[in-house]
Design a protein around this ligand. Structure first.
Ligand code: DHE
Length: 494
């Protein structure tokens, strides 16, 4: 891997490489910058910075430049640029820009747009659906959001999102507003009563996720680029404050993730490049000065215990997790988690009266189940391949988990929450990835994504496991039930 990573550097250092990069810079100006911005920060097209492209393999970048992206404005350049010049562009886009990218408070403010004034809109739902049983469904294939009536399973509204909405959208405590974060840093606020966009702001150049305070007054956004937290007024996303992610010793960091901890009336923040967890109180008149908790490792992701007093945190580089007590700030325990758990997508439930937490692992086909009293790993459940997401509901006997990676990615396992055995394996659309479920508010139905461009949203009866409805969609990814989310219900992600 290291040798491969050196290749572009060595190539750049050569006279041939440097001439090709100069040509690529010219090609970028001529063919790309109109949509992707002079500084590659993005405009009508997405940002093309190394941070934005790190998840995409060079071969895929090349394919998109050569052939375009279906259902988007990105056309192919294979007839305009030679193969060597396309290669040059691929390398150029993966290099940091000559001037390090910045996104200042002034730029955040300038990007802020109120599209509909909340005061001018009715304060009650202007549709006939149950507002607590609406689903917000992200359609990743063509970057759209669907609002679904959770009783009739019909689409009430569909609108374009910014490029690559990632992570769970978060809701105001009354369920009226939903807030989305895109990987390119755009935050959008949508009114579920009036089915209208309220406001947008670009809070960063590369964003991880956002959280809404317990009282619904604040939205806090965590960024990789620049490494900071951006505080917004939840009424209309007016920028309030930027908090640089800098460790106690002055080391700058990226933000891995930010979550709200309602019983603590605070935000909890994981930092990726310094060994600290931050707690920022949102109670009363908060100053948003972080309380620093020393961690034993850098944190990529974490999940809370049901009472929000402890957090189970992981570093993807390390082979394990650490349990941090948020009150005392002490590391309580270390847990063997062998396969890069995606903790934000884990879930907990009661088993024989005690809480257990279960998480899939991105690099190994197993589910780790942990006793939340002793923090002991009580079971590793082998699956058909590594998974991403896990979900359940207090009224369901099963935790549903996908096999996101590998040849069995069309399978979905239903784990019996008491025996911790796989009770059923479904293959809803053979050959197509089945992933991510969300239950209706009462737990009677659930929605499952067929994660493909010609995919679908499948509605199941959660008791009989019968298919109730299939709605065609373009790579539906996450979906979120308003009632479950605002109640921080057992089984859903927080
Ligand atoms: Fe996610 C949630 C991190 C890659 C789809 N993902 C999250 C959260 C974190 C996270 C910290 C919780 C945030 C929240 O909900 O507020 N994800 C990461 C990564 O570090 C990782 C592995 C690599 C990366 O570069 O980001 C990663 N995630 C992906 C994907 O490739 C997925 C499958 C497709 C995509 O959209 O990029 C993906 N992540 C999701 C989804 C959620 C999510 C759908 C929300 C899950 C939920 O049910 O709440």
């Amino acid at each position: 891997m290291k040798a491969l990573a050196l290749v572009p550097l060595l190539w750049m250092a050569s006279a041939q490489g440097s001439a090709a990069l100069d040509q690529a810079a010219l090609d970028y100006q001529q063919h790309c910058q109109q949509c992707h911005g002079a500084n590659r920060f993005g405009a009508s097209g997405p940002a093309l910075l190394p941070e934005s492209l790190s998840r995409i393999k060079p071969a895929e970048i090349r394919q998109v430049i050569a052939s375009g992206r279906p259902a988007s404005q990105m056309s192919g350049f294979a007839k305009v640029l030679s193969s060597a010049r396309i290669d040059g562009l691929v390398t150029y886009l993966q290099q940091p820009p000559a001037i390090p990218p910045t996104w200042s408070d002034a730029e955040i403010r300038a990007s802020h747009q109120v599209l509909n004034a909340v005061d001018s809109l009715p304060g009650t739902p202007q549709h006939a659906a149950d507002p607590l049983n609406l689903f917000v469904v992200v359609e990743a294939g063509d970057h759209h959001i669907n609002i679904l009536d959770g009783d009739r399973f019909t689409v009430l509204a569909r609108f374009a999102s910014h490029f690559a909405v990632h992570g769970g959208p978060k809701f105001s405590p009354d369920g009226r507003f939903v807030y989305f974060a895109s990987r390119d840093g755009w935050v959008s606020q949508y009114d579920l009563h009036n089915l209208k966009l309220i406001a947008e702001v670009r809070a960063g150049l590369n964003t991880r996720n956002l959280a809404v305070s317990k009282d619904g007054r604040w939205v806090l956004v965590g960024n990789y680029l620049p490494g900071n937290l951006v505080l917004l007024d939840a009424r209309d996303l007016t920028p309030v404050k930027t908090i640089a992610a800098v460790g106690q010793d002055g080391t700058p960091s990226r933000v891995s993730a930010v979550y709200t901890a309602p019983p603590r009336d605070s935000f909890i923040v994981a930092l990726k490049d310094v060994k600290e967890v931050w707690e920022l109180s949102s109670a009363g008149q908060p100053d948003f000065v972080p309380r620093r908790i020393a961690a034993e490792d850098f944190l990529d992701d974490f999940s809370f215990s049901p009472d929000y007093r402890q957090l189970l945190a992981t570093s993807r580089k390390a082979n394990g997790g650490q349990v941090i007590d948020l009150d005392s700030g002490q590391v309580l325990s270390r847990i063997a988690l062998p396969g890069m758990p995606h903790l934000g997508s884990g879930t907990w439930w009661r088993r024989n009266g005690d809480w257990v937490f279960a998480t899939p692992n991105i690099s190994q086909g197993l589910i780790s189940v942990i006793d939340l009293k002793t923090w002991r790993l009580i079971k590793e459940i082998p699956t058909l391949g590594p998974g991403f997401f896990m979900r359940s509901h207090a009224n369901s006997a099963y935790a549903w988990t996908d096999v996101f990676f590998g040849p069995d990615n069309d399978a979905i396992h239903l784990i019996d929450k008491q025996t911790l055995e796989i009770a059923h394996t479904l293959r809803p659309m053979p050959g197509k990835t089945a992933a991510h479920v969300e239950f209706s508010h009462d737990g009677r139905y659930l929605l499952l994504s067929i994660w493909a461009n010609d995919g679908a949203l499948i509605v199941y009866d959660s008791q009989t496991l019968e298919e109730v409805k299939r709605i065609p969609m373009n790579k539906p990814s996450g979906k979120y039930n308003v009632g479950n989310k605002i109640e921080f219900a057992e089984g859903t992600s927080h």
